[in-house]
Write a protein that binds this ligand. Structure first.
Ligand SMILES: [Zn+2]
Length: 229
């Protein structure tokens, strides 16, 4: 049959382009607002402290972690972990990231259902993303439709996780914006910048989901084509 270009590659390429655009946009927005100092002069750590206090949360610790883009809230240890840059800097970007991670702490505090669902999905999604391709591929090689279908289902579990991630991330950011506004940490003008930073970050999750959905469609097309032969 020789070499031919698999037309379903187009789906992968579209997904890659979307991911690249979203991450480039996020990088440029972040690097712009990393250089803009907030008028209040609060660091990321101080922002987190104030946001948690305003939300009435006293049992969450704030600590610095190494690396960049390593910021996260850990529900097991009840810690807001901020990368060293975010922890100690007073830029709008640092304030935004700190407030966003506190948004997750607030979600945990109030038992926000999508966060619990997302946490419960973690092991399932890990299993799905590590086994989907080998199982699917084995199904193609040995012409076993049951395996290709199993591969698709496994991949769909990983996609479901990304889908549930969206409301969790959007909600953490909208909580962050509301907190920054109501606590007066940022001025009205600065809040417009904060909105841009958090929107750019949220769009990377949308692009990642879109790219995964396209991959899922590709698996279905490949499996369909094989079964029609
Ligand atoms: Zn988040």
């Amino acid at each position: 049959m020789g070499y031919y270009i698999d037309p379903t590659y187009l789906l992968l390429i579209i997904g890659m382009v979307l991911t690249l655009i979203a991450s480039a946009r996020m990088k440029s927005t972040f690097s712009r607002y990393k250089t803009v100092r907030s008028a209040s002069g609060l660091t990321g750590a101080e922002t987190a402290q104030r946001v948690l206090m305003t939300a009435g949360i006293s049992d969450v610790r704030i600590q610095p972690v190494g690396g960049s883009l390593t910021d996260h809230y850990d529900p097991r240890t009840k810690t807001v972990n901020l990368s060293t840059d975010v922890y100690s800097q007073t830029s709008i970007a640092a304030v935004c990231v700190a407030a966003h991670e506190c948004g997750h702490a607030i979600q945990h505090h109030i038992d926000y259902a999508p966060l619990n669902f997302r946490t419960a999905l973690v092991p399932v999604a890990n299993l799905g993303s590590s086994l989907a391709w080998p199982v699917f591929f084995a199904g193609l090689v040995f012409s076993l439709p049951i395996l290709t279908t199993a591969g698709i289902v496994l991949f769909a579990l990983a996609v479901l996780f990304q889908l549930v991630t969206l409301p969790v991330e959007f909600n953490a950011s909208s909580r962050a914006l509301r907190m920054l506004e109501s606590s007066g940490i940022l001025t009205m003008e600065e809040n417009a910048g904060a909105r841009k930073v958090l929107t750019a970050a949220a769009l990377t999750y949308v692009a990642a989901l879109a790219s995964s959905v396209l991959q899922l469609v590709r698996l279905m097309l490949l499996s369909n084509r094989r079964s029609r032969k």
